[in-house]
Ligand binder design. Sequence first.
Ligand code: DAH
Length: 366
Amino acid sequence: MSTAEELKNEALERIAAAADADALEALRVEYLGKQGTISALLKTLGKMSPEERQAEGPRIQGARAAAADAITARKDEFERAELEAKLATETLDLTLPAPDAPMGSVHPVSQVMDELAEIFVDLGFAVATGPEIEDDWHNFTALNMAETHPARAMHDTFYFPDSDADGNRMLLRTHTSPVQIRTMVEQGAPLRIIAPGKVYRSDSDATHTPMFHQVEGLVIDRDIHLGHLKWTLETFLKAFFEREDIVLRLRPSYFPFTEPSVEVDVGYSREGGRRVVGGDGNADGHAWMELLGSGMVNRRVIEMAGLDPDEWQGFAWGLGVDRLAMLKYGMDDLRAFFDGDPRWLGHYGFSPFDQPTLSAGVGACA
Ligand code: DAH
């Protein structure tokens, strides 16, 4: 028998007898490593005559391949045995009670935004967004508030010290209304959107925080009139407060971006906690509570957004989400909304499983 055959047989025997992965690795080095015995035989091939090489070559290569295959196969066996041993010892007792896991809650603002989206998407609206860092043109000018417009002063705007590349003054948006402009410019007409998001004003007390949340609504189509506005808001408020007896009061008002403008009030009572109630705000023990601003979109705004106001009309509204949450779920200090106090969140927060749906109700229990 040639040396190659002998080495092969010896290697295969020892590989089969290897006790563990370490012993196997030692054998691999001994036979197939750089200084290994089979490797040394391979090196002798170069010095052989062609005839010798033709006879010895296949034997030596065969020894190398057989040893390498045997090592791989034995390694697999070890790994399989190790896994089986692990599976046999590691058991999981599924009858044990689940450990206490710290669990977060859904913030009432997020919950109310989800409720609003659920209601309006059902009415055929899409949800739109815009940047919180806005330019002066989208936040004011295009909404019919020219530079000298007195309404600008009422917004307590946070301005940035620098202008953008085009020389626009930059600011933190003071309302979600600039999303009206962005959506009309980008999508044209007709459209139906709500735009929820954060807005910023330099203002702070029990009912005002420098950051708060609004939802803007915008409908642009042909032949839209105040009746569409009233029906839409009434349908929304009935769904949101889950009562059919909600009565709206539309009061004439003024916003530069709507003409005519209305403020919308609902009946409200302080008895048994502040609550929106059914019926008229003039009834015994009731008052009117202002909920939102709205109106027919001013022709000038439609024009500035690049649409023809003779063809397209629309209505819009803006409402405070935090305020709506307070009215529905009975909190009375807005500042606590943004303190991140786990006790407040534990009390007023919602379970992630409380998804608002129209069929199961948009009024999850806190
Ligand atoms: N943007 C107004 C604000 O923040 C709210 C508002 C009023 C929005 C009337 C509207 C609207 O779209 O039609 O005070």
